[in-house]
Design a binder for this molecule. Structure first.
Ligand code: CMX
Length: 136
């Protein structure tokens, strides 16, 4: 599958603004600003950590994946997914499927910053939502 590195770790929060004090001010991580990803029903904020990033995810609709995830946890922030960099997301999906993973996305979708992304279902990945992410 040729995984290069961790692209980012997604953390679900109810309100991104309320968490800037930690990630931007206390930890002092450089921020890439915020972006709405319509396709995924989220507003995201990225913080650079070396070559990888932390991604805060705020739901833009209650029935979106992040909205449902937070509702189940009583609104408490929690790690939502781990994103792994792959050079070719279509090829990685095909390999993952052949090796027994259930795909959430049969075809890649558009992620933040123009990336191509696709998810593997947590039911077949030990309860951890894994995103495959092609950054360019
Ligand atoms: N991590 C681990 N398990 C998760 C999960 C997550 N992030 N999200 C949902 N689940 C689990 C639920 O706990 C539930 O488990 P149980 O059956 O044991 O209770 C099960 O998956 C089904 O949960 P659900 O709330 O009924 O949700 P759906 O089946 O409707 O959807 C999923 C689950 C994974 C298919 C959906 O969340 C999805 O499509 N995720 C991929 C897209 C996404 O998460 N986008 C947001 C991020 C976008 C970005 O980074 O840009």
């Amino acid at each position: 599958m040729n995984i290069g590195k961790i692209s980012h770790i997604g953390i679900a929060v109810e309100n991104i603004e309320q968490h800037l004090a930690l990630y931007r001010d206390i930890l002092g991580l450089p921020s890439g600003g915020t972006e709405i990803v319509e396709d995924q029903g989220v507003k995201v904020a990225f913080f650079e950590v070396g070559d990888s990033r932390l991604e805060l995810l705020e739901a833009t609709a209650a029935d979106s994946p992040v909205g449902k995830f937070l509702e189940k946890r009583g609104g408490k922030p929690a790690v939502h997914h781990i994103a792994l960099c792959v050079p070719d997301v279509e090829a990685a999906l095909e390999t993952a499927k052949k090796r027994g993973a259930r795909l959430v996305d049969e075809q890649p979708r558009r992620g933040a910053h123009g990336t191509k992304i696709a998810f593997l279902h947590p039911k077949t990945t030990g309860g951890i939502l894994i995103e495959l992410c092609q950054e360019n």
